[in-house]
Design a protein around this ligand. Sequence first.
Ligand code: NAD
Ligand code: DAU
Length: 354
Amino acid sequence: MVSPGKNMKILVTGGAGFIGANFLNLLVPRHPEHLFVNLDALTYAANPRSLAGLEGRANYAFVRVDLVDFEAVRATFAKHQPEVVVHFAAESHVDRSIAGPRPFLRTNIEGTFNLLEACREAWKPGQGLLHHVSTDEVYGSLGAEGLFTEETKYDPSSPYSASKAASDHLVRAWGRTFGIPVKITNCSNNYGPLQFPEKLIPLMIQNLLERKPLPVYGKGENVRDWLFVGDHCEAIWTVVLRGKPGETYNIGGRSEQRNIDVVKQLCAIVAQETGASETELFGLVTYVKDRPGHDLRYAIDASKIERELGWQPQETFASGMRKTVRWYLGNQDWVASVRTGEYRKWIEQNYGSR
Ligand code: NAD
Ligand code: DAU
């Protein structure tokens, strides 16, 4: 069991991706008493530049390991002896899971299985903590009314969400059968700095800056519940420290938006920040073929984590979107770096043999 205040060795998987990097950038400087080991395979979605501020810190280490490689995962456990695991690593993009589901099943299911087996080998029953970071997409789609609660039946639509649902089931099963203390959080759509520009918000920001068409799926009427990434990271840390083992907590921003309204707001903010014409920018909207199996609406009832653990989002959608646009405007070199082949070459040169 985790006792707050004690020095902890924390293994963070997927810490070079969007949410994992925001989590480490927030917590490593704030908690010099804990050691954070970042295990990441450095897929296309990762960017070590996102973690540049942590280099040289005594309480931070990076290991390039693929979760699908069980021996490498075991070796990481043997070397670093983590007491807490926060599991972010996943293939995370729904459209990619439709184009090619295999890596999703391998990383999200087999990778999670390997991690659970490493925990089982390393910890006696009741020892340690595995916090599994999951998604509201496991619950499927809502109609016009209602909210996802922790009791909502699983009903995933895409290969991505089916693989995340499977990983949630594995985590619960290893908790019940082998006595591994586990916690699961299911969160709504995140946005903010360091998000790979394939997801709706950073893709639209980039296309606006480059005056490219803004591809809106279907009629743009699908609804997502948006949460600023920093609020998600604080929620995960709250659950790591104070959540009850065996429990699930839904996390969301009470910030439902239709996709077309998100795009409209981005046009307005980019226009204000760059002096462009909002009407000209909105003219870039192009309605394109819908995503197959596209869930209509997600909305989270986050009252359990609010009531039991006192977590509340700090950012409004308007303030979070403004921060996000400003971050992308100020970090075009980061965007360029994740989009070029040069970047992949650099990863292989720098991390190929680690
Ligand atoms: P991301 O795609 O930005 O990053 C994923 C990270 O995992 C990358 O650094 C990648 O290199 C690493 N990774 C992938 N396969 C790996 C493997 N086999 N072994 C080791 N590392 C591997 O993802 P994200 O958006 O930061 O999401 C993080 C987690 O949060 C995921 O589990 C996702 O399902 C969940 N989640 C995301 C959102 C969201 O809106 N982005 C919302 C709710 C939950
Ligand atoms: O709900 C949590 C999930 O949110 C996470 O588990 C996933 O990892 C994360 O990718 C995200 O999934 P979505 O499919 O909701 O995110 P995405 O940014 O791909 O799409 C958001 C909405 O915007 C969705 O309704 C599809 C639509 N869309 C997306 C893209 C990329 C467009 O209309 N045009 C686009 O080009």
